[in-house]
Design a protein around this ligand. Sequence first.
Ligand code: COA
Length: 349
Amino acid sequence: MEVPASLRLSHFWQIRDLFVVPTHRRRGIGRALLGSVRAAALASGALRLVVQTEEDNDPALGLYTDTGYRLMSGYRSLMLTLTAIPAAVRRAALFPAQDLLDLPVGHPSRRVVVAGVTVELPAGLPMGDVFPELLEESGVEPVVGAVRRFLRAQGREKAVWFVSDAASPRDLAGRLRTLGMRPDDEPPGEPRAAALVTVEPPPPGPPGVVARRVESFEEFLAGERVAAAAFQMDEKMRKAFEERATRLWPFVAADGAIAAFVALVDGEIAASAGAHFGRTAVQLSGAGTRPDQRGRGAYRALVRARWDAAVERGTPALTVSAGEMSRPILERLGFSIVGWIDCLLDDLS
Ligand SMILES: CC(C)(COP(=O)(O)OP(=O)(O)OC[C@H]1O[C@@H](n2cnc3c(N)ncnc32)[C@H](O)[C@@H]1OP(=O)(O)O)[C@@H](O)C(=O)NCCC(=O)NCCS
């Protein structure tokens, strides 16, 4: 039977963080420590001890060669340099409403703070989106009451609360469920979303797919229709999407805080997506591909187009709350999960 090389070599021990305080060097302490490690490794059945050090670290190289270590031939040390995710970008992903720029005057959607909680009233849709962050332990119930009263007064039929696992109190989602909310399982909603981030360029889309900002109202409307089809919206929601497109268009065209993108395959609009420009990151929203156009890289191309827009704007970071369908694709494109968001539906009728 063929034995895999890694098993044939048995296991090995790797030495890390050997350090002797400067005042006690050259007294045999390093050598003694290496001797103990060697004995323990042998006792465990390991067949090799491995250590890495900089090529100009003469004391360390002296110690290792003097105790019998030899340079490994046939191996190269390899490294992948990772770009650290800034804390502000992580926060922007966990609390999507916090990083966004104020909506311009006259915008048909509204974002307001009710009892310390950010509430968004999307234009022309019957719901409100609620983004709690830090609530007082004793304040959960009063805050929920105030938000409910506010949304009812605004004529909203339901609310979706987006509760990050970094929100407080720690069991906020559980507390909200005891107050009558339930996991959002009404399409296009999903009960749980991953908060994802990338600060490195995602790969470009495939050749033949053109992803760019919409260039006319007709394209914007076509994009909204694609989104409605992709998210299997019912007739009422589809109508609401089309109607609000007219009201949103001036703000989409104005190159302000929001932008709309389309992906064209063979010159036809196959997918659409949104972007919200924030202070530290660009938030991806509502990307959808027509069911008959899936699997051609339209979504990937839209992610890259929005990355390019983020770079152009001087905020080279993308954040997104992703459900089951898009999360694996985004992870393959280099996004990292920085947390989870419970999506809770609050029926206000
Ligand atoms: C490398 C280090 C752990 C050596 O510890 P130490 O207790 O001083 O080492 P020892 O006294 O046991 O030295 C054993 C042998 O190593 C070699 N050696 C140690 N220091 C050396 C030096 N400055 N130059 C050349 N050879 C040296 C000698 O062969 C020495 O034997 P000798 O004293 O009989 O000549 C210590 O210098 C250190 O803490 N350096 C900073 C941290 C570091 O670089 N760690 C290695 C990470 S991979």
